[in-house]
Ligand binder design. Sequence first.
Ligand SMILES: *Cc1c(COP(=O)(O)O)cnc(C)c1O
Length: 461
Amino acid sequence: MENKKEIPYKIYLEESEIPTSWYNVRADMKTKPAPLLNPGTGEPMKAEELGAVFCEELIKQEIDNDTRYFPIPQEIRDFYKMYRPSPLVRAYCLEEKLKTPAKIYYKFEGNNTSGSHKLNSAIAQAYYAKKQGLKGVTTETGAGQWGTALSMACAYFGLDLLVYMVKVSYEQKPFRREVMRTYGAKVIPSPSTTTEIGKKILAEHPDTTGSLGCAISEAVEAEMKNPGYKYVLGSVLNQVLLHQTVIGLETQAALKKYNIKPDMIIGCAGGGSNLGGLVSPFVGEMLRGENKYQIIAVEPASCPSFTRGKFAYDFCDTGKICPLAKMYTLGSQFIPSANHAGGLRYHGMSPILSQLYHDGLMEARAVEQTSVFEAAETFARCEGILPAPESSHAIRVAIDEALKCKETGEEKTIVFGLTGTGYFDLVAYQKYNDGVMDDYIPTDADLQKGFDGIPSIPGIQ
Ligand SMILES: *Cc1c(COP(=O)(O)O)cnc(C)c1O
C-alpha cells in the first residue's frame, strides 16, 4: 500500500512529533491483565502495600487499567529530545542481500549511550522517584543494559543508585560495570553477602552464577532496609510497558507519514517491555477492530517462557518476596543455561503480553542462539549496525519471514524492533566466531523442576 513517494532509508520524525503521551493498551483490552497478588494473603495488592516497594506515581500507572493516555511530563520529554525520535530504518541493503520481495523496516533504539531502549523507562522512573523526594533507588541488572540506562537517568536527576548485577554478567561484562560506576552507581555482583536472601542462596548453591530472579530479591531487600530508597524494575511491569510505548507511537507516526501498513510486527521478548512498547498502539488498533496485524514475540529456545511456559500466578523473584504476577512463566526457581542474550533470561513475562498471547492476539517463536548469531552477522554486514544478541532474535525471525516471502512471492511489509547495539557482547560474538557457541535447549524434565515451584493459591490455582 505504499504510495508513489519514494521511501527514504531513514524515516525521521521532527522533534515536535515525539509523542506527548504514553498509550495504555489495557484501556482497550477486553480481558484485562490479572492484578498482582499479595503472596501472603492471595488478595490483589493494594496501592498502599505496593508503596512499600515502588514509587507512588508509578504505582498509579501500574494499577490503572482504564486511562488510555498518560501525559509525559515535560522534564521527561526534554530528556527524550536528547536521543529521540529514534529512526525507523528501511532495510534496503538487507532486502537486497536476501533477494526478498518483502519490505523490511526496523525501529532502532540503540542510539544512546546505554545502547538500548531501556533508557525510555529509566528516565521516567528516575523522574518520579526524584519528584517523590527519594534519596535513591535500588535495582537489578542482568546483561547490564538496564543498570546502565538507570545509572544515566539517576545521574541526570541526582539520585543514588544501587545495582545488583547478575554475577555471570558482572564477571563477563566489566565494561558495562564501569559505565555504570562512571555515572555514579554502586554495583554489587549477585548473589552477594549484603542481603539475607543472597547469603541463603550462596549457602545452598555456592557456585551459582546468579539469575535475574535472585538479583531482584536482593534489590528489593536492600530497598526495604534503606530508608529513602525505593525499588525500580526495567521490564515486565505494566508501568514499564507504558513508558516504552514511545517506541510504538513513533513507529506508528513514521509509518503513517508514508502510508505504510505493516503486515507483521516482530520483537524479541525477555520481560516484554520493548515488544509491548512497540506493539501496543498496533494492538490497540486490533482491539478496537480498526486493523489486523500479525504480531510475533521471539524468545530464546533456552528460556522459552511463552512457547513452553505455563500461564499462572507465579513469583517474580527467586526469593519469593515480590508480589505474584499472572504470566507465562517457567517457574521462579528456573535458572536458564548461560545463553548470551542476558536480557532474555528472565523466567516470566509481562502480564499484559501474557494476556494478549493467551487471547490469541500475538504469536511466539523460540529460536536457538547459533541461528540468532548467524542472523546478527548477516544484519551487521549489510546494515552497518552491530546488533545486541537480544535484538538479533527479532532479526532472525524477520529474516526467516522475508525468506518465506521470497518463496511465495508475497510483498509483505515487516517491521521489527532493533532494541540495541552489541558492543558489550563481544565475548558472545567471540564464541560465535570461534565456532564454540552451544545451543542448550532445556528438556521437559528441566522445565518440570521450575514448574514444581509455581505456587498453588487456594481458590485461584
Ligand atoms: C533488556 C533488553 C531486551 C529484553 O527486555 P524486554 O523487556 O523484553 O524488552 C531486549 N533487547 C535489549 C537490547 C535489551 O537490553
